[in-house]
Write a protein that binds this ligand. Structure first.
Ligand SMILES: [Zn+2]
Length: 321
């Protein structure tokens, strides 16, 4: 067994180490939490699938492992490259959006999921996937100086029991609006990776309460969450997001709107020429009626506007759906 794991083997032995090395963890979202969770897990020896739909921006550097040379690159790919320099595990990197069209391929063969997402729709979808497929996940969030962590083990209380009402788009505080302190993201990600390692190895025990950190005042609480008898997901097994109707998703994100078609035939080279964009073989960046637009190979588009109708309209004009 590799010398890398020496200190860990001294703590919990070779058998548990082997379990870790035989596992696959899905890290959903490669922002601050995803970076630090993946870093701990890769160095501990767990196989990783990194998924993120965004590219690295300068404002990410303050709480991630990204380097200046990664700016503009897909986050998952850049993170994989950083982690491979200090670990021996297998890492898959997917530039993809976790949505009702893609979840099945993304979740395949995964033992546990780190929820490092930064928006609510994919998070509620992850909860449905977790209950349906019986895959546990560890939720983490950090905004301002506040952090939250909760282990969901797929057959007890679920995320929807904790937050029964899906928030209206735009109603929830996000890091891009409210800011975040980097010690909050490192604390939350430490708890997430700790729980995942314990789940995979059987080392120690997992506190399944909702953990709430207030790093402005140095306060910590552990809150018991009960299963709701009327929960639509874990009790009624209704998977509304997974089974949603339209062939197109228009979702509000930190950066504007994310528009995802069920399927689309796009020629990025041609779009780039038509709209005077920049094409780097992976995505096209262009400006349309003053708004920054990024288009990916599967027809997904990120549009920097806070107007849903305008986002949908720009999408139609460029892609035609
Ligand atoms: Zn529930």
């Amino acid at each position: 067994m590799s010398e890398i794991y020496d200190r860990q083997i001294k703590l919990f032995g070779e058998k548990k180490q082997q379990k870790l090395q035989d596992s696959l963890v899905l890290v959903l979202g490669c922002g601050a939490l995803g970076n630090l969770v993946a870093n701990n897990l890769a160095r501990a020896g767990a196989g990783l699938r990194l998924v993120d739909r965004d590219v690295v921006e300068e404002s990410n550097l303050h709480r991630t492992l990204f380097r200046k040379e990664d700016l503009g690159r897909p986050k998952a790919e850049a993170l994989k490259e950083v982690l491979e320099q200090g670990s021996e595990v297998e890492i898959e990197a997917l530039l993809n959006d976790f949505n009702r069209f893609t979840w099945e391929e993304i979740i395949e063969d995964v033992d546990i999921v780190a929820d490092c997402l930064d928006s609510m729709l994919p998070r509620y979808l992850l909860n449905e996937v977790s209950v349906k497929e019986e895959v546990p996940f560890v939720h983490g969030s950090a905004v301002k100086a506040d952090g939250r962590v909760k282990f969901f083990d797929a057959n007890n209380e679920c995320f929807r029991c904790l937050y029964p009402r899906r928030p209206e788009p735009g109603k929830l505080e996000t890091c891009s609006e409210s800011g975040v302190i980097n010690s909050a993201t490192s604390l939350v990600s430490s708890f997430q990776s700790n729980m995942i390692i314990k789940y995979l190895t059987g080392f120690g025990s997992i506190n399944k309460d909702l953990l709430v950190f207030d790093l402005k005042n140095g306060d910590f609480r552990s809150v018991r969450v009960n299963r709701r008898k009327d929960c639509v997901v874990c009790n009624e097994k209704k998977f509304e997001i997974m089974e949603g109707g339209d062939d197109i998703i228009v979702e509000e994100t930190c950066e504007g709107f994310n528009v995802v078609p069920k399927s689309a035939d796009v020629n990025l080279q041609k779009i780039s020429e038509n709209y005077n964009g920049e094409y780097n073989e992976v995505f096209v960046t262009l400006t349309f009626t003053g708004k920054k637009v990024i288009i990916f190979e599967n027809g997904r588009m990120q549009i920097n506007t806070n107007d849903k109708k305008e986002a949908r309209s720009i999408y139609s004009k460029i892609i035609g759906l």
